[in-house]
Design a protein around this ligand. Structure first.
Ligand code: ADP
Length: 359
């Protein structure tokens, strides 16, 4: 009943019924119709002789009625047409006005979901689009603020040190050059991480997805990180059955490497890092677990935010960019997968579980 075509059909049918009903009423209540000619009334010249039947009427009267009927139909039809058009087009006009406001940059605008089912659906879709645009705009503004904040720190350090060298406050010795070089490297890494994150979040990171042997990928990544783990005195373990996922092997290796480097950074000597895999309900689960610092409950979701660092005092030049896990999450989501962080609390280790579609 709430479909547009049903509404229109009912409205038009109602108008036609009204016109015919009015005309029917006017005929039925007319003193000239339905009465036999009065006693003593003789048919005049040019009037047909009738048999005094109940619906007798002369042609002139019928013609007059038809003209009245047409006039009435035109008036009622026009009036009803205007009303129907306004009822049907009102939600469309609301949408048009709202679309113009969005075009002018007012992303707060929403329309009332009213009218037929199609209009309600259209209004719902429009409102969702406006909300998505507003969300994207907020993200963009936040990103601009975060990026300028993150860039400003190393740039300010660089500027200050160079000024000091120029003013002969610092001598341009090897240590100073190494310091400036470190700041420059951090800036380059920040810019390339940002580019990678932007591409991954926009789903524009080129992905070559193919059935990938995850056990082989894990063992390659573990081999790459083994020397660093040995140097730090952290044990690497793995428990990987033969698993295959539809994934870009290079990107998944990047994800594993990132998670393992984080685990290594946050696990003290004597600790342990393990990777395990399992398959359930058409999905592959990869878990990177460590016995290190762990995460507080409020940090579990926040670690995937850009520029989030648990230890705020960790200086940017010695620490990472704060983008590692945001990139990991964006890459996993670009594979239609998800990543979650778990921890039993501070000092009790962390677990990062990646879920990917199985091959
Ligand atoms: P960063 O480049 O600073 O390491 P990430 O996005 O990789 O940034 O990580 C964000 C924050 O999450 C880090 O500051 C770190 O404190 C925390 N974190 C990441 N991995 C672990 C882990 N395995 N154990 C404890 N904390 C971690």
């Amino acid at each position: 009943m709430n479909r547009l075509w049903v509404r229109l059909s009912l409205m038009i049918g109602g108008v036609l019924f009204l016109v015919f009903f009015l005309q029917f009423l006017s005929i039925m209540t007319s003193p000239d119709i339905g009465q036999p000619p009065g006693i003593g009334e003789q048919p005049g010249a040019g009037q047909p002789l009738d048999d005094g039947g109940p619906m007798a009427a002369d042609p002139a009267e019928i013609a007059r009625r038809l003209v009245n009927f047409m006039a009435l139909s035109v008036v009622v039809g026009l009036g009803a047409g205007i009303v129907i058009a306004r009822i049907v087009s009102a939600p469309i006009s609301d949408l048009t006005k709202a679309a113009h406001r969005i075009g002018r940059g007012d992303l707060e605008v929403r329309v009332n979901a009213r009218g037929s089912q199609e209009m309600v659906e259209l209004a719902g879709t429009f409102n969702k689009m406006a909300a998505d645009l507003q969300h994207a705009e907020t993200l963009r503004n936040n990103l601009m603020a975060d990026v300028s904040h993150e860039l400003r720190t190393p740039l300010t350090v660089l500027e200050g040190n160079l000024r000091a060298v120029l003013d002969h406050v610092y001598t341009l010795d090897e240590a100073e050059i190494a310091n400036l070089y470190g700041q420059t490297r951090h800036l380059i890494r920040l810019v390339s991480d940002l580019r990678e994150l932007a591409l991954a979040e926009a789903h524009q990171l080129p992905l070559e997805r193919q059935p990938t042997d995850l056990a082989a990928l894990v063992s390659e990544t573990l081999q790459a990180i083994e020397p660093l783990a040995a140097e730090k005195g952290v044990r690497l373990m793995h428990d990987m059955p033969q698993l295959s996922a539809v994934a870009d092997p290079i990107r998944i290796r990047q994800v594993l490497f990132n998670l393992l480097s984080n685990a290594l950074r946050h696990t003290p000597a004597g600790g342990e890092i393990s990777i395990s895999g399992a398959v359930a309900a058409g999905q592959v689960h990869l878990t990177v677990a460590d016995t290190g610092e762990g995460l507080a409950p409020d940090q579990l979701a926040a670690v995937f935010d850009r520029f989030y660092r648990v230890d705020k005092s960790r200086s940017r030049d010695t620490g990472g960019t704060g983008l590692g896990l945001a990139i990991v999450k964006a890459i996993v989501e670009a594979h239609e997968g998800r990543i979650e962080a778990f921890s039993d609390g501070k000092g009790r280790g962390s677990r990062f579980v990646i879920t990917l579609p199985a091959a």
